[in-house]
Design a binder for this molecule. Sequence first.
Ligand SMILES: *[C@@H]1O[C@H](CO)[C@@H](O)[C@H](O)[C@H]1NC(C)=O
Length: 172
Amino acid sequence: MLYLSSVVLVAVWTSLFCFTPVQGSCPAGWEHHDESCYEFVTKEQTWINAEVDCIRHGARLAKIQSDDENEFLREYLSNNSRQYNGYDMWLGAKKRSDGGWGWGDGSTLADDDYDDWQTGNPDNPDLGVCLEFESGFNNHWNDDFCDELNYYICQRPFHPLTPPPPPTELIG
Ligand SMILES: *[C@@H]1O[C@H](CO)[C@@H](O)[C@H](O)[C@H]1NC(C)=O
């Protein structure tokens, strides 16, 4: 009897977590794309306050790593232009004290990484500048002072949960 119920439990676990992908989800009001959820926040904040707000929601300011991701975000803004047209959107990179660019998670935005800088940018010689989609540049990338007040885009994982241990470990 115990043996039979173990078999049933293992079969259920296997069908849930092996034969179908673990279901991800996005919180209400967030947009799903690939392995991420994005929130397009219509509050005007400095870059650091935007980052803190994203962190409070289990997210960071968006870290764009491919043309596909960049174009998804730009297309969303263009599709919803009534809300976003004329507003610059903070993204997750900031100029570091050594003059290079880095993302909020500590990784580098290196010269050979994907970027979508508007031609001639970044062009601000100062420190204290952060990455934004610049509405005046058709939402290509621009460097602007981090204490400007902008809307912003938060990003969090679509699959925040790893599957639970198989039931054999619970039974054993
Ligand atoms: C933009 O709108 C088009 C047409 O409705 C739709 O197919 C596309 O998925 C939308 N893109 C985004 C990123 O929401």
